[in-house]
Design a protein. Structure first.
Lengths: 249, 236
């Protein structure tokens, strides 16, 4: 299982309905990209960190490990805004207002990423996917996504074992050997995926498979109280952003 | 090549979502029809999605000395066709956003457009044209995967340049800026992905001929034309 999904399964908010967490987490993300980055995204960033480490109970180390990936992309992307191409200062020069634009972008992407991480760290995929049918996603697509999700872990585990076996046979010592091993890895993943699908099909056929995958979904209800508090928090952040925007600019 | 969460302004994020929607809806209809006609396809398509997800997690050595991961769009499009790849690519990108913090939900539309629509269609078009003229399978596979990877990076550069035009030279300057940054890593990566796809396909030809025949990968240009003519005759 991947670290974020494993953390979601043992989360304090695991039993909450995904809608509760979507309103809060994805609400923060939407606000992060919609409100002025300063001070809006900064406030959202602080709020998201506080909620993640506080009420949601996400361990700081796990959060950092997951967060540093998008943070790296954010920093690389923001750096490009520091320079401009063409103009009176030469072919490549420092852009006027570049640091401000880069800083704003960094704030916006960081805050938006934390909002999604709040949702991801508290909502296992196995709780989310079956409920997408009620949101209007066609059942066959949800079934394919469910099989993809469950089979991904098995395949990732297979790939890890194959890589270890290849390394033990000196399969990564030279560049040519590394390419051969990698190609073998890709091809074996394909063969195993199709083999698993065939075996799953045989097993399901023996149980009267009619084309519908029925899975048990943990019972949960949308909490009016939780959603109300989340919406209030989002409203307070919005009001605070516009109230502080002029004094802090 | 994934555009990170929150990187695009809201108007751009919505616009790319709207642009992707018809292709994804078309793919969903194809997939739904396929599953209704053949219920066992659910498992094969799920396996294909898992394969695409795992493929994008493999690290490939780049010519520049660094490591990166393949997009898998070229191989996916050749094996499963672009409409199906639009759906499988969307599912994979959703999983990457939520399980790996790679890409994002607000940028899902933009990432789907570049990686699940343009990449597979461009790569598949090149592959089909080459096969139509009876170019050897592995050569067609290489160029299919190469073009799929390269077109994905070109579209991502356009998306970023539209969102962040250069203060001095506007859209074109920004396109050059983002394009040249990506070119350093992505052109060698496109070559690497093309080579890797050929190696994977060679092994698949040896080990999974049955699966590849069922997926229609083995049809040459002449066979394809014959099959089309047969289909038309049956329809008449």
């Amino acid at each position: 299982m991947l670290p974020i999904d494993a953390a979601a399964h043992s989360s304090r908010w695991r039993r909450r309905h995904p809608v509760d967490k979507a309103v809060l987490g994805l609400g923060l993300t939407v606000l992060a990209i919609s409100l002025p980055p300063w001070p809006g995204a900064a406030l959202i960033l602080l709020t998201a960190v506080a909620v993640l480490l506080g009420p949601a109970g996400v361990p700081a180390r796990q959060l950092w490990r997951a967060y540093r990936v998008p943070l790296g992309f954010c920093i690389t992307g923001a750096v490009t805004l520091l320079v401009q191409v063409g103009g009176p200062d030469g072919f490549v020069a420092l852009a006027d207002g570049g640091p401000v634009r880069a800083g704003e972008l960094l704030l916006r992407t960081s805050a938006a990423s934390l909002g999604v991480l709040l949702f991801a760290f508290t909502t296992p995929m196995s709780d989310l996917l079956p409920r997408l049918v009620k949101a209007g996603v066609p059942a066959p697509v949800v079934d394919v996504a469910l099989v993809t999700y469950r089979m991904s872990f098995l395949l990732l585990d297979s790939v890890r074992r194959i890589r270890e076996a290849q390394a033990a046979r000196l399969g990564h010592t030279t560049r040519a050997a590394a390419w051969r091993s990698l190609a073998g890895l890709g091809a074996t993943a394909f063969v195993r995926a199709f083999d698993r699908a065939a075996r799953l099909q045989a097993g399901l056929a023996g149980r009267g498979y009619d084309g519908t995958l029925r899975v048990l979904v943990p019972d949960a209800r949308v909490s009016v109280r939780f959603v109300s508090v989340s919406v209030t928090l989002l409203a307070v952040l919005t009001v605070l952003t516009f109230a502080l925007e002029r004094p802090l600019s | 090549m994934h555009i990170a969460e929150g990187f695009l302004p809201p108007a751009h994020a919505i616009a790319w979502g709207v642009a992707s929607a018809p292709f994804v809806v078309h793919g969903v209809r194809s997939l739904t029809r396929e599953v209704r006609e053949n219920p066992e396809s659910t498992l094969l398509l799920g396996a294909s999605g898992a394969f695409t997800f795992v493929l994008s997690a493999l690290k490939i050595p780049s010519v520049t000395g660094s490591c990166s991961h393949p997009t898998g769009t070229g191989l996916g499009a050749i094996l499963f066709r672009p409409p199906i790849m639009a759906v499988l690519g969307t599912i994979t990108l959703l999983f990457q956003a939520l399980l790996l913090a790679h890409g994002g939900l607000t940028t899902l539309g933009a990432n789907v457009f570049s990686m699940a629509i343009v990449g597979p269609w461009a790569g598949y078009a090149v592959y089909k044209v080459l096969r139509r003229y009876d170019v050897p399978l592995m050569v067609a596979v290489f160029f299919g995967a190469f073009v799929a990877d390269l077109s994905t990076y070109c579209v991502t550069s356009v998306q970023l340049a539209l969102a962040f035009p250069d203060p001095g030279s506007g859209f074109l300057g920004a396109l050059g800026k983002f394009g040249s940054i990506f070119a350093v890593t992505q052109i060698p990566l496109a070559v690497s992905e093309g080579l890797l796809t050929v190696l994977v396909m060679r092994l698949l030809v040896q080990s999974s001929k049955g699966d590849l025949t069922r997926l229609g990968v083995f049809l040459s240009g002449r066979q394809n034309r014959t099959r089309t003519a047969e289909t038309e005759a049956v329809a008449r």
